[in-house]
Design a protein around this ligand. Structure first.
Ligand code: SF4
Ligand code: SF4
Length: 308
């Protein structure tokens, strides 16, 4: 299953960044595919990007709300909010585990041999601060004399933007180096720190900073596709704790907002068929049972016990 997930992550990364003509055009793709919302964090300004980033677009909509209202234009970007809502309702944070290029990069970095550290749980709340304060409130409240604002998360923080857009565009258009200033160096420092942290801890950006992860975490409990726990089968052996990249204790909180549905607990840990996939409230058969794996809770008929 891990191999399947890796392949899906590669496919999504390539689909969201399918403009491989960028070394020749040396510019950002603006073609018809740019109407599609990327499910994960993938910078609009990445020269290879064929989709728009939901967080960048949401901020741009909010930054323009006052101007729109003042000009009696009632445009609230329902396609962006609708896309995020539909994706969140269907998959929640499964998107972080299966379809986000920046999540995939962090996973690859974490494979580099090094001491590994856990992330203190209170830091997980940082992503909600980013979502509500930096992504939503700042573009609405911090406005210039014309009533317009900026996508503050993109401008000040987003390491995905620096990696996928800022650095490649500097390589493609060296003249841009004359325009970089303190903001760019701050963002470059954030990117370097996040990449180093990703080697030492599992998915630190997803868990502590990513506002899109924060949004999907809020709706994670209600998503259509999720894992479910059979408490009658669970022995509290805690094997699922040890394989979880998000430090979720699945048997204690199956609806944990951090669960990215990577399915490591289901396929690698639980030998008791206590975890299964649920689609729209209907539990699917446990994969172990479907494959005929013997489990610790298999009841052996008395007639098959030697000597009986
Ligand atoms: S709880 Fe299971 S499916 Fe969810 S992130 Fe942890 S290992 Fe993956
Ligand atoms: S591995 Fe399975 S049986 Fe063990 S605690 Fe987790 S859910 Fe329960």
């Amino acid at each position: 299953m891990e191999l399947v997930r890796k392949r899906v992550q590669i496919i999504f990364s390539l689909l969201m960044n399918a403009n491989w003509a960028f070394p020749f055009t040396r510019s950002i793709y603006q073609g018809p595919l740019k109407i599609f919302c990327a499910p994960g964090l993938n910078c609009y300004s990445c020269p290879a990007s064929t989709t728009y980033c939901p967080i960048g677009s949401l901020q741009n909509i909010l930054a323009g709300v006052r101007l729109s209202l003042e000009n009696s234009q009632y445009f609230f970007g329902l396609s962006v909010i609708g896309s995020m809502g539909v994706l969140g309702a269907l998959f929640g944070r499964m998107i972080c585990g299966w379809a986000c290029p920046f999540g995939f990069i962090q996973e690859l970095l974490h494979k580099i041999p090094s001491p590994k550290f856990i992330i203190p749980h209170p830091l997980n709340y940082g992503k909600y601060f980013m979502l509500f304060v930096v992504v939503i409130l700042l573009p609405l409240l911090v406005v210039d004399e014309f009533g317009g604002s900026s996508p503050w998360f993109c401008k000040l923080i987003c390491p995905a933007g620096t990696l996928e857009a800022g650095l490649p565009m500097l390589l493609l258009q060296p003249d841009l180096t004359s325009t970089i200033g303190l903001l760019f160096y701050n963002k470059l420092t954030i990117l370097i720190l996040i990449l180093l942290w990703s080697i030492l801890a599992s998915r630190p950006f997803c868990r502590t900073i990513c506002p899109l992860g924060g949004f999907y975490a809020l709706v994670n409990r209600y998503r259509l596709v999720k894992l479910t726990l059979d408490t009658k089968r669970c022995t509290n052996c805690k094997a699922c704790h040890h394989v979880c990249p998000m430090e979720v204790k699945f048997n204690e909180n199956p609806n944990d907002p951090e669960c990215i549905s990577c399915m490591a607990c289901l396929y690698k840990a639980c030998k008791f068929e206590a975890i299964s996939i649920e689609i729209g409230g209907i539990p699917m058969q446990s994969p172990r049972r479907a494959q005929g794996h013997p489990t610790q809770k298999t009841v052996v008929p008395i007639s098959q016990i030697p000597g009986e």
